[in-house]
Design a protein around this ligand. Structure first.
Ligand SMILES: Cc1ncc(COP(=O)(O)O)c(C=O)c1O
Length: 390
């Protein structure tokens, strides 16, 4: 009954866990949800106010399919201010979130016969974005001791004449890893040699804790085949507003606009007005969030590394940690894989996490620290108890 296309993709594992947490909460269970992929802060007041004003002033109709000119200008201004990148408005498209941007870009660039490189552990959606186009996701290993930078031997071995794209996601979901400039440069060089498109998913670019973020396109001298994806979701705690944007090659941007015009018509008009305020208004809430997340990162990494047999690399960004619990699996007990551990935490301790295998990282579990200090403290206590019990 259904097309082959839809059969090639799986439901989002992270959204499934979020739904599970909501279900348990609705049943009256006191859950600690560390599966979330969104800041626990409210959307800053100035942005909320801009959204309300947009409704009152009648910004409630269709906009141009690829977004309003004012928001494209705001995105250009933001990328110049924060990333030192210069884009013209016809090199920018506004979409319904970064996910939509990435999906559209895959649709306009990849097809059957193509191969697209994805680094593992990967964000759950990347393989599906690629697979739905008919292209083949090619998974490349990374080094957990080096912020999950690529295993370059594996990368070189997997680039073929069919390689048409390489997807970089630094800071990463699920690992929080932030690559050094040198690692990005090497990927760019290999991408250029292969004549492949390099996607840089930068939706966590404002959330780096140990050094300032450098956008991939800044490092990509004379390489026109780099697309920059950013989003208002994580930076401004605007996940529900659904605004993301892509910058790069004019023809690709135009093609994405054509697809968007024939699928969603346009991103939400009200959210677009609010996003102008987000990108160009007061940025102090971003710094505040960054400081809070850094404290929580240090806390959770410290707690996890104090647990026997747990190895948690200190991630440079985002709001996830991706500890390795593999020494606790296959001890002849009931926990033999990441999913067993994640399910045990859910059922026995009401702590919601996402199993590492969903991200291609068997042996690991993803914890989001976009949660209160109290929840993090309690959850770490439950993880300690669990490791004693299993
Ligand atoms: C790596 C990564 N890219 C893109 C997105 C998309 O976010 P949004 O569509 O809300 O902009 C997410 C959201 O979880 C993400 O983790």
């Amino acid at each position: 009954m259904l097309s082959d296309r839809i059969g090639r993709i799986a439901p989002s594992a992270t959204l499934a866990m979020t739904a599970k947490a909501a279900e348990l909460r609705a049943a009256g269970i006191d859950v600690i949800n560390l599966s979330v992929g969104e800041p626990d802060f409210p959307t800053p007041k100035n942005i909320r106010r801009a959204g309300k004003k947009a409704i009152d002033e009648g910004h409630t109709r269709y906009t141009p399919g690829s977004g309003t000119m004012d928001l494209k200008k705001a995105a250009a201004e933001k990328m110049a201010r924060d990333n030192d990148l210069r884009f013209k408005t016809d090199e920018i498209i506004i979409s319904c979130g970064g996910k939509h941007s990435l999906y559209n870009a895959c649709q306009v660039l990849f097809q059957a016969g193509d191969e697209v490189i994805i680094f593992s552990p990967y964000w759950v959606s990347f393989p599906d974005f690629v697979a739905v186009t008919g292209a083949k996701p090619v998974i490349v290993k990374t080094d957990s001791s080096r912020q999950f930078e690529p295993d370059f031997d594996d990368l070189k071995a997997k680039i073929t004449s069919s390689t048409r794209g390489i997807i970089i996601n630094s800071p990463s979901n699920p690992t929080g890893g932030v690559w050094r400039d040198d690692a990005v440069l090497q990927v760019l060089e290999l991408g250029r040699d292969a004549d492949a498109w390099v996607f840089s998913d930068e939706c966590y670019e404002q959330l780096t804790y140990d050094r300032p973020y450098v956008s991939t396109a800044m490092l990509a001298e004379n390489n026109d085949k780099v697309l920059t994806f950013q989003s208002c979701s994580k930076t401004y705690a605007m996940t529900g507003w659904r605004i993301g944007y892509t910058a790069g090659d004019r023809d690709v941007i135009k093609a994405m606009g054509k697809l968007q015009g024939q699928s969603t018509s346009c991103p939400t008009s009200i959210s677009q007005v609010a996003a102008i305020e987000a990108l160009t208004g007061d940025q102090s809430e971003v710094s505040h969030m960054r400081e809070e997340f850094k404290k929580r990162r240090d806390y959770i990494v410290g707690r996890l590394n104090h647990m026997d047999g747990v190895n948690c690399a200190t991630p440079g960004g985002a709001f996830y940690v991706f500890p390795d619990f593999s020494s606790h699996m296959n001890k002849g007990g009931k926990i033999t894989c990441s999913n067993d551990l994640s399910m045990y935490l859910l059922k026995e301790k009401s702590v919601v996490t996402v199993s590492g295998d969903a991200f291609g990282g068997e042996g690991h579990v993803r914890f989001s620290y976009a949660a209160s200090d109290e929840d993090l403290r309690r959850a770490m206590g439950f993880v300690e108890e669990t490791l004693d019990e299993i």
